[in-house]
Design a protein around this ligand. Structure first.
Ligand code: PMP
Ligand code: GLN
Length: 380
């Protein structure tokens, strides 16, 4: 058959996790925790199942959950989205991103993304006949260059996608960055898709900068979040999108025909669990301790690194160890050393930007797992 996505194969996350399993390697590749979900949360979900919350949820999400999301958003970002018209619960941030792109990008519309980029954006844009325009993040700091952005914006620009805290580099956008974006877009009809799934994972006393806190950005933005990241439950695939009423209406037209609605008992459990902010406000401290511990261990190896600013990913540079390309080195490391990681070249479409000798490792792991992995890496 004629393929619609000729450049697309199996995602690097599936490939590396499968390779880790095959070789019994420590899996620091795909981003997921190896520690359990809070028991209070699993008990809430179990209670919901036993109380017969097992049929279709409302298309836009279980209302008490949307109400809790509105309250959490107000506490953190100072705005209170309308649960009825501005909040939609979907099957993971992935569905949110796919539905937002599908709802807005038309044939030949241009979409600007920052590279390296999470691998779902480009195929979703291209499936709609959209044209991707790339901005490379600087290779040393991975910071955005707003002069480049200004030059790329044209009458054809429909959507700008960005991600902070950023997968795979861990960089975070500052208050200045958001303000600059805001003023660049002033007077235009360009929409924004802001991937904020790691909103709670920012370190060193930074504050996550959400588009929701900037009134003019908020008017044009889909802001995407994920409970998988926040509650150590990536397999549950529940996320949400906050967007103004008109954008939400378009988003829901797509969501209702992708999945229609999202898993009910988990939404019910989450709506109870979210009532207590203690259940999520300490997440940054929890992960910062892991980051610091990982960096202390890594300092004894021949990998170079700068401590990540956000997410649960740390980049490590292996140029002192090997000349191999990143995908080859990541495979070798899994098969021969027993540690699986993610090469960063698959986050680039524009391959000339991806010659760096860098891997991404996930530190959402028990300290014992990190110790065992770094002990292996320290032999190199
Ligand atoms: N965006 C980014 C940047 C991610 O890292 C992920 C991760 N898994 C997603 C979106 C998708 O999130 P979910 O698992 O909730 O679909
Ligand atoms: N977001 C996760 C990561 O970056 C993986 C999600 C997936 O496997 N699609 O590792």
């Amino acid at each position: 058959i004629t393929t619609k996505l000729p450049k697309v194969g199996t995602t690097i996350f599936s490939v590396m996790s499968a390779l880790a399993q095959k070789h019994n390697a420590i899996n620091l590749s795909q981003g997921f925790p190896d520690f359990p979900v809070d028991k209070k949360l699993t008990e809430e979900v179990t209670k919901a199942m036993n109380s017969n919350f097992n049929q279709y949820a409302p298309m836009a999400g279980f209302m008490p959950l949307r109400e809790q999301i509105a309250q959490k958003t107000e506490k953190i970002y100072g705005i209170s989205p309308n649960p009825d018209t501005e909040i939609t619960v979907l099957s993971g941030a992935s569905e949110g991103i796919f539905a937002a792109i599908t709802a807005t990008v038309r044939e030949n519309d241009e979409v600007i993304i920052f590279e390296p980029a999470y691998d779902l954006y480009v195929p979703a844009i291209e499936l709609q006949g959209g044209i991707v325009r790339y901005i490379s993040l600087s290779t040393s700091s991975f910071r955005p260059d707003f002069e480049k952005l200004k030059r790329l914006i044209s009458a054809k620009t429909r959507l700008i996608i960005f991600n902070t805290p950023h997968n795979p580099t861990g960089t975070t956008w500052t208050n200045e960055d958001l303000k600059t974006l805001d003023s660049l877009l002033e007077g235009s009809r360009i929409l924004v898709l802001s991937d904020e799934v790691y909103e709670h994972l920012v370190f060193d006393n930074q504050k996550h900068q959400s588009v929701l806190s900037y009134p003019n950005l908020r008017k044009r933005s889909f802001a995407v979040f994920s409970f998988g990241k926040t509650f150590h439950a990536t397999g549950w695939k529940v996320g949400y999108v906050i967007a103004p009423k008109e954008l939400t209406a378009e988003l829901r037209k797509i969501h209702q025909y992708i999945t229609f609605s999202t898993v009910t008992p988990i939404q019910v459990g989450l709506s109870e669990f979210l009532k207590n902010e203690e259940n999520y406000i300490h997440l940054a401290d929890f992960y910062q301790q892991k980051r610091d511990y990982l960096c202390k261990l890594l300092a004894q190896t021949n990998f170079s690194f700068a401590p990540t600013q956000g997410t649960y990913f740390q980049l490590i540079d292996y140029s002192k160890i090997s000349d191999q390309k990143d995908t080859d080195f990541a495979i070798w490391l899994t098969e021969k050393i027993g540690v699986a990681s993610i090469p960063i070249s698959p986050f680039y479409q524009n391959l000339s930007n991806s010659s760096a000798k860098i891997l991404r490792i996930c530190f959402a792991k028990n300290n014992k797992t990190l110790e065992k992995a770094i002990e292996k890496l320290s032999r190199l």
